[in-house]
Design a protein around this ligand. Sequence first.
Ligand SMILES: Cc1cc2nc3c(=O)[nH]c(=O)nc-3n(C[C@H](O)[C@H](O)[C@H](O)COP(=O)(O)OP(=O)(O)OC[C@H]3O[C@@H](n4cnc5c(N)ncnc54)[C@H](O)[C@@H]3O)c2cc1C
Ligand code: SF4
Length: 328
Amino acid sequence: MMRLPSFRLLSPRSMDDVTVALADDPASTRLVAGGTDLLPNMKRRHQSAKTLVSLRRVEALRGIQGDGSSEVRIGAGTTLAEICRSDVVKSAYPGLHEAVSSIASPLLRNMGTLGGNLCLDTRCSYYNQTEEWREAIGYCMKECGDVCWVAPGSSRCWATSSTDAAPLLVALGARVKLDSVRGSRVIPLEDLYADDGIAYLTKERDEILTEVLLPSSDKTKTTYLKLRRRGSIDFPVLGVGVALVQDDAGGVEDVSILLGAVRSQPTRAKAAEDRLRGGALDDDAIAEAAQLARKPAAPLENTDFLARWRGAMVEKFVARALTSLRGR
Ligand SMILES: Cc1cc2nc3c(=O)[nH]c(=O)nc-3n(C[C@H](O)[C@H](O)[C@H](O)COP(=O)(O)OP(=O)(O)OC[C@H]3O[C@@H](n4cnc5c(N)ncnc54)[C@H](O)[C@@H]3O)c2cc1C
Ligand code: SF4
């Protein structure tokens, strides 16, 4: 049985107490929300902390406000199950409902939160193993080693971003609020991520993600498609989040296509978006855009399924997502 290392647990009720606790010793303090990612990682000795700051009792972090006709605010501590049950999310942001409903399993969604999902550690089949396994082959650079076992000549880590909510939320143009003792700032969610398997978040260590802000759903149609081995529980090996605005004639007024699990950050298929914007959403346009979407994806042999096949699936899934939105 894998056991947790010992740590000090703080369980504040106010946001002020959370930010003060984080500022006290940011290098060896970690936030824990649902704990469904952090605690298994600590058991496998991927992550460590002298102090954990639990967010479970911070009421200010919970809840969904707004009806989609204007901005909607989702507290970072809102559980995935609460988001799945939300009528606002179901009616105004069906793509977000699809994405969040596909995360893990019902039990894990009862514990897991949106904030934890957006800050989820990157994954790699050489890293997500027991400590004995990793020690036997030699630790890689995401830990204390100096080699990448996936791309030994590479100077960077290619562990993949595996959050299901982020691609759809970035496609929607969501923003996030980050708080610390130094104040608050709001940034586009897209800017929270960096294409680096180790430093995959751009936020400072003393910052906490407090809110996710969704723009009014207005005329935007959304969908999320996910490829995984087992339909009932697995992490994505590909996620496709699309937000589409059509004009009255059915042409593409605006479109965002985001790919998950193909690099260390949610990845925008910009050439595909440019191909579609301002034109008709016919079969030819969808086929060309889907082909263009394959290029920015760089799946490597560090997760389930063959990388080449996962790359080929990008085209299929983007075409399927666009076709389904056209029909809605
Ligand atoms: C068997 C299994 C299957 C899974 N399948 C999926 C899947 O299909 N898709 C998927 O996306 N995930 C999956 N997960 C991962 C996880 O369950 C979810 O991503 C969940 O949403 C994580 O949220 P949490 O609140 O439990 O995060 P935690 O484990 O509490 O935290 C995760 C990370 O985020 C940080 N953090 C938490 N809250 C904040 C905050 N407010 N501000 C800043 N940092 C914060 C923590 O410090 C930690 O580094 C799976 C996990 C398991 C065990
Ligand atoms: S991509 Fe390379 S450095 Fe990163 S976790 Fe995997 S083996 Fe380690």
